[in-house]
Ligand binder design. Structure first.
Ligand SMILES: Cc1cc2nc3c(=O)[nH]c(=O)nc-3n(C[C@H](O)[C@H](O)[C@H](O)COP(=O)(O)OP(=O)(O)OC[C@H]3O[C@@H](n4cnc5c(N)ncnc54)[C@H](O)[C@@H]3O)c2cc1C
Length: 410
């Protein structure tokens, strides 16, 4: 985006992030590339990375000022999130995932959690640089039905919440959860009325990590974004007091406050991966000599670089349009969010493929750092709905009375 169009706040935040990434994240990724493959998720990422993020004030965005957070201008908040998310992911998309999940869940909590629990958990988040939040929807039976959503009882979540004494009893499991292995606080969705579709029968709850009945079953070893520990959770007769209920029966509708900015920052992170691929590849092409000249003088190489740059600019333009639509709460915001999430994932995958090919053999060597961008880019195709499901959602939102009514949808 043209720097002249940024607000003072956005320019300042971007510079702070850029310095953090250039001085802390990129040197770490370059010098300690083997850490990504440490099979002990607890020691994979040194604590210093999140401590430094905390020092520069980017870890707790989304926390209201009254609870000690740094609140961004609400008129341009989502756009600012996008600018910062891109910068962090330019350094590493797993680290970006870790940090950004905190912003997204904080936005949900500030809208849905009772004041005394906001006070308690925002304080915990602020005092501990390693404290993480997680958002748990996906279950082993598949997430696509929920994303569409197929609003019929048989497509509802299997995780069940039933009223019990002065609260709720939860049984079930969640999978593929970002920060699911190491979060201190989880937002969990469960079926609270099996007679109706999920839009009318899903509730959400606040679940502290030490709640009896909650087990962190495993850390998934992902192909990319590996510094974010993706996890699986099991709930067995897990009791939650009444004040831990965030939304009763209409939780999926009320999560819009999470999903829209969520898709924007997801696409922005994806763009950051593409930017890093372009930075490294354009540098390589102007310095590496093959066939008698630097690579960029070969026309085929120049064409690929032009293709990379054009795709990146197209993603940036649509991202800008979509994030403005969310900030303005415009009627097409949902459609645009799905468009940019899907478009970014496919375009940046092509950018990362060019980057790998232009690096030749070096492109597939772990210690060279290019193949990591390819692996990281691949993860975005599936996050927050697959490419195909995102396309369904676009058409359903554009034609709600025809496409929107097939297969049991509301
Ligand atoms: C790195 C990572 C982080 C994640 N973080 C979180 C998180 O924090 N919280 C969370 O809740 N979830 C999270 N997820 C889950 C993610 O949202 C799901 O993986 C994604 O939505 C796809 O769901 P699924 O894996 O269950 O695939 P499925 O729903 O099983 O789909 C399998 C395939 O079938 C296709 N398909 C399914 N249904 C249909 C249909 N009706 N029509 C056509 N095609 C269909 C899909 O497009 C896909 O190709 C994460 C996933 C990843 C990879």
């Amino acid at each position: 985006m043209d720097t002249a169009e940024l607000t003072e706040e956005q320019r300042m935040m971007r510079q702070t992030c850029r310095d953090y990434v250039d001085e802390v994240v990129i040197p770490f990724i370059r010098n300690e590339w083997q850490r990504e493959w440490d099979m002990d998720p607890d020691s994979r990422l040194p604590n210093a990375i999140l401590e430094k993020a905390d020092e520069v004030g980017i870890r707790t965005l989304g926390v209201p000022e009254e609870f000690g957070g740094l609140e961004l201008d609400p008129a341009t908040e989502v756009k600012t999130f996008a600018i910062i998310a891109e910068e962090i992911a330019r350094g590493d998309s797993g680290i970006a995932d870790k940090i950004i999940q905190n912003w997204k869940v904080a936005m949900l909590l500030r809208n849905l959690a009772p004041k005394h629990l906001q006070e308690k958990w925002f304080a915990r988040l602020l005092e501990d640089p390693q404290f993480l939040l997680a958002h748990c929807l996906t279950e082993p039976r598949g997430a696509s039905d929920r994303w569409l959503p197929y609003n019929v009882p048989e497509a509802s979540m299997h995780t069940r919440a039933v009223r019990h004494k002065d609260g709720w009893l939860i049984n079930g499991r969640k999978q593929f959860i970002s920060n699911g292995y190491d979060a201190g606080l989880f937002v969990v969705y469960a079926n609270s009325n099996p007679e109706v579709g999920m839009l009318q029968g899903t509730s959400s709850f606040l679940v502290p990590r030490d709640t009896p009945g909650l087990t962190i079953a495993r850390c998934n070893e992902t192909m990319g974004c590996r510094f974010m520990n993706n996890g699986e959770l099991v709930f067995e007769d897990m009791f939650l007091p009444e004040d831990h209920l965030l939304a009763e029966n209409n939780a999926l509708g009320r999560a819009g406050i999470y999903f829209r900015p969520g898709k924007i920052v997801l696409a922005a992170k994806n763009l950051g991966v593409g930017m890093r691929a372009f930075e490294l590849t354009s540098d390589y092409a102007q310095n590496y000599i093959q066939g008698g000249s630097v690579l960029i003088k070969h026309q085929a190489v120049a064409l690929r670089l032009a293709d990379m740059a054009t795709r990146i600019e197209a993603v940036r333009a649509l991202l800008d349009r979509a994030s403005r639509a969310v900030d303005a709460n415009s009627p097409d915001a949902d459609t645009l969010c799905n468009m940019i999430k899907l478009f970014a994932s496919e375009e940046i995958m092509k950018v990362a493929t060019h980057a790998m090919e232009l690096h030749g053999g070096n492109g597939v060597m772990l210690d060279f750092g290019i193949e990591k961008l390819f692996r990281d880019a691949a993860i975005f195709l599936h996050m927050d709905a697959t490419v195909d499901i995102s396309k369904f959602k676009i058409v359903k939102s554009m034609f709600p009375h025809t496409a929107g009514t097939y297969a049991g949808s509301a």
